[in-house]
Every structure is written in structure tokens, then in C-alpha cells.
Design a binder for this molecule. Sequence first.
Ligand code: PGA
Ligand code: ZN
Length: 362
Amino acid sequence: MSIKNELKESIIGLDPLDQRVIDTNLCKADGTHNKSALGANSILAVSLANLRASAVSRSIPLYQYIHSINKQVSKLNKEPILPAPMLNILNGGVHADNKIDFQEFMIQPLGFNTFKSALRCGVEIFNELKNFLKSENLITSVGDEGGFAPQLATAEEAIELILKAIKASGYEAGKDVFVCLDPASSEFFNENKYILQGADKHLSSGEMISYLKTLTSKYPINSIEDGLDEDDWEGWKSLTETLGSEVQLVGDDLFATNPERIKRGIEESVANSVLIKMNQIGTISETLEAVALSQENGYKTVISHRSGETEDTSIADLAIGLAAGQIKTGAPSRTDRVSKYNRLIILEEKFKIPFVGKNEAL
Ligand code: PGA
Ligand code: ZN
């Protein structure tokens, strides 16, 4: 049977309003522990289509429907709230053809009362950054997540440029807006060393932690995602002890949106925040479970796009409906990224949803 027919057969006759039963059956049809038979992307497509159809049939916006089904999953089921955006405005690593080792340099506007004004701050800084790149004869073409991909070599050069753009836009770094990093360290971890080619550094786990500490003491950085390799649990523990009280430490490759890995993180006091990617785990119900588990244990949550994306805007509603607090969905460029920002603005205007406060987001 084709994948399409297997997926179809597994849910025919079921109640679409019972998302959990739909998802359980999709997982059963796959039969593997990591969805390798039918594939997480195809399973998610069906799970998500069912979720969206259910919201339409109830005549309520998707975020409200998500909030309503989340009460079966989450003990907290916090009231819907608009997330603080994390805009990836400068791309490196495997997302760009430059020498920068770290994958993402983001800005997070926090000192604002509405999502719209926070986003406006992000857009102004993005445009100012383009002006600086042009004036320094650096290319302004963009990487996978819509951020610029100039030929720089080090994280410091990238951050300095972003700080210039923040200042030129009339905002104060460390007050109105913060810098967030996603080194995506698993990508350059080899034989127990963190190999930073652009910066010409070969670092042990401890040295990598010291390097991240130096960056956070020098710059207004409030969040670091995948600061270490996904299987360097010992290193992560020490990174959390070193920086966890001052900086958000987000596990992306580390947790893979997988409740089993998140549980291990909670038990071992590793990281303090979880990146949530729907297609990493593969169904809506398991995504809700991963968020509930994180929130109930005091971990922050960041709903995330993928570098390969479509214009689907479901993650905007997911971030609001689950009161995730933060969303990471690229630079304000490329329709696959901008569509999510537009959806958030529309929902803010239409339903007067509050914007997450500075203290609540992080
Ligand atoms: P990916 O990147 O979608 O290529 O995994 C996004 C990220 O690392 O956050
Ligand atoms: Zn990441």
C-alpha cells in the first residue's frame, strides 16, 4: 500500500474532533519508534490537516481550538498570549555560504507592549543592517531563514554589526532588544572538539563553554540555542550550571521535541528552555505533550519554523494557543517567514490578544 493510502486507512471512520485518537492511530500505522516507516513529515501533514479542519468545523480560529484541546494535555493550559519574536537576521553555518561558524544570529525585541511594535523594531533593525552591509560592500543576499548571509568570519563580527544596526535604528540593545544565538553546535562537533573554522578555534567542551561565557559577558545576549552538541550531556550540565541563571539555554537538536529527551533534560537539570518543532516529533498531540511537559517543569518554550519551510502559518496559532511565550520564525523576509508574522499581526488586531510581558517571555 502507498504511504498515502496507509495514512488514509488508519484514520477513516474516526472522530476528527478527537485529535489524540487520530494521532495515536497515525503512529500505530507507522509502527516504528521514530516514524521512519511513513515519515514524520507525511504523518504531520495529516495530523495538522485534521486539526485545521476541526477548527473550521467548530467555526473558531485555530489558536482557540488548539487552546481548547490543550486542556486535556496540559495541567497549566495558560491563557492565549502573543509570543515574543526571535528574528534570525544574520545566517551562517549550514544555512549560508559564508565562513561564519554559528548558524543563527537573532534579535528579540522585548521592551514593547504589543506584538506589532516589537515586530516593527525587528523590521527596522533588519533594514538598517542591510544599509550597513551595503556601505561595507558586503552582500545582502539572504540565507535559508531570510537573514543576510555576508562574508564575515566570526561570531563577534556578526554581533558587532547587529549592535550597530540596533543603535542606528534608535533602539537600545539590552533594554528594548536582545541578541540571541543558535550556534547549532552539533554541526561543527567532531571527535570531541568544537571546530570553529571561521574563527580558527578548536575547542574542548569546557573551552566552548568559556567561549560562550565570554560572548555573553561582552554582548547583550539573552538566549543561546544548541550551545553544545546534541549528545554532549555532561557538557550541557556544566553549561547550565555556568550560564543557566542568566541566559536562556534552548535545546533544539538536544531535545528534538521528544518527550523522552526532554524528561532526561529535566531530570539532569540540563538547559532551561525547549525549542518546539512539530515535524521533529511528527504529530500535534505529541507536540502538545512536549510543550506541556516543558512548561509544567518550569522550562521556557520557543515554537519554531524549519529552515526548509512553506507558507503554512499553523505555528503562529500554536504559539498563541499554547502560550508558548516565544516564536522563532526567521527574518522579516521571504514569504515563508513573513506569512507567520502577518498571521500574528492579524490575530493580535482581530482578537485583542495580549502580548507576552518581558518577564514572562524569558
Ligand atoms: P533546521 O534549522 O530547520 O535546519 O534544523 C533550524 C534550527 O536549527 O533552529
Ligand atoms: Zn536550532
